[in-house]
Design a protein around this ligand. Structure first.
Ligand code: NI
Length: 177
């Protein structure tokens, strides 16, 4: 068990597409376990493998994230292998979206309202489910990571430019201090 280091923008590998998992072996299962722990440690609701430096199509998420009644101390996560969105409809604005790999920034992002996800579970069994609301946002956000897309790629060019300017200024200050 280990807490993994989260890779942050502008690291190049975050913009590269991930490859499918061919075999779910011990290494993959350990990675999934570590990703789940890391997600809870960092108070995230979802985490994709490229965010921990592994460009493979795996995501973990807090399957209870949409249920505020649930006790937050009970940490349970689900994992999806080779997930894909096979149907999508409607649209809404996901407010104040953030990402563990995009430091110190949040923005509204246009997302599909309802999606159908197809994936494998950790045992390699195929599964398919519909999601809406927060879980649909998490799926779209994390599957984007697997395609090398960040949420800042889905906001206006102006807002993105403003974020980059602020980020690079702070990175430069860190370097020189
Ligand atoms: Ni993210």
């Amino acid at each position: 068990m280990a807490i993994l280091k989260i890779i942050t923008y502008p690291e190049k590998s975050l913009s590269e597409p991930s490859t499918d998992i061919e075999t779910i072996d011990e290494t993959i299962l350990q990675l999934i376990q570590d990703m789940g722990e890391t997600m809870f440690q960092e108070s995230g609701v979802g985490l994709a493998a490229p965010q921990v430096g592994v460009n493979k199509r795996i995501l973990v998420y807090n399957s209870r994230a949409a249920d505020p009644e649930d006790d937050e101390t009970e940490q349970q996560f689900a994992a999806l292998i080779n997930p894909q969105i096979i149907e999508a409809s409607g649209s809404f604005v996901s407010e104040n979206e953030g990402c563990l790999s995009v430091v110190d920034f949040r923005a509204d992002v246009k997302r599909y309202e309802t999606i159908t996800v197809r994936a494998l579970d950790v045992d390699g069994n195929p599964l398919e489910f519909d999601a809406r609301g927060l879980i649909a946002v998490i799926m779209q956000h994390e599957i984007d990571h697997l395609d090398g897309v960040l949420f800042i790629d889905r906001i206006s060019a102006l807002k993105r430019a403003m974020y980059k300017k602020r980020l690079f200024k702070s990175l430069k200050e860190t370097e020189t201090s």
